[in-house]
Design a protein around this ligand. Sequence first.
Ligand SMILES: NC(=O)c1ccc[n+]([C@@H]2O[C@H](COP(=O)([O-])OP(=O)(O)OC[C@H]3O[C@@H](n4cnc5c(N)ncnc54)[C@H](OP(=O)(O)O)[C@@H]3O)[C@@H](O)[C@H]2O)c1
Length: 258
Amino acid sequence: MRLHGKRALVTGGSDGIGLAIAGAFSCEGADVLIVGRDGNKLEAARDMLAREAKDGAAIETLSADLATEAGIDAVVSRVKASGQPLDILVNNAGVAFLVPFETVTEDQFQQSFALNVTAAFFLTQRLLPQVGAGASVINISSYFASKMIPKRPSSLYSLSKGALNSLTKSLAFELGPRGVRVNAIAPGTVDTAMRRKSIVNLPAEAQADLKAYVERSYPLGRIGSPSDIAGMAIHLASDEAAWTSGGIFAVDGGYTAG
Ligand SMILES: NC(=O)c1ccc[n+]([C@@H]2O[C@H](COP(=O)([O-])OP(=O)(O)OC[C@H]3O[C@@H](n4cnc5c(N)ncnc54)[C@H](OP(=O)(O)O)[C@@H]3O)[C@@H](O)[C@H]2O)c1
């Protein structure tokens, strides 16, 4: 097992990409703490993960809103209270407002930065005392940091994920001398609640256009599933990637190759 004996924290681990990553980690023998806001979703996720976990891997949950300082405090306190080092931190929880530039509100701007940037920044900073040499930080970015889609206005989301990419590279540089690796995964479109929520209000014609665009734009001919992202996360979390840091890894069916 590639993550046997390691301890991982996955933010947004109760659904979508985070849930798939948490499941893949526990199947590789890691103890996993998942964080989300909705306690029912966390419980359902824990039950599912516990059924599949390997080698006695523990699954813990914590309900916290990472867009708030109190939420970050709660996560840091839980990790500290465990008295164990943290080997893997996945900053995955995110929010996407795909709205036209001229309609972006101050509130949407604050929410995006609070979760997509501030939470990753301060959670990583405040957990540093628990993170030792050999640890791996993985930020879940997006292709939207650098590649746009017709009729999918992304100024705010792209800005926040671009900031996360910059944080990834600067932290790889700054934390490398401590033996801490920092990488990002930039998924293409993945079929999750976030994606479904972002298209549900589009007119039927726009949804059909988007579907056709995706089918012709993804060289591998389909959008991703959460498990498509988990393989890269296992690799980056494991000692196989011991000399990999500062990378932004596209996992997108070849979409950004074009
Ligand atoms: N889906 C895609 O096409 C796609 C593509 C590229 C990148 N990404 C990125 O991948 C990451 C995961 O996206 P996803 O599609 O898997 O999303 P998702 O299915 O909507 O899941 C989001 C997870 O984050 C948690 N969460 C949301 N807001 C939170 C908050 N304020 N505090 C704590 N937890 C919170 C959710 O639980 P609660 O709601 O209970 O809090 C849930 O567990 C995001 O960073 C996203 O930007 C997604």
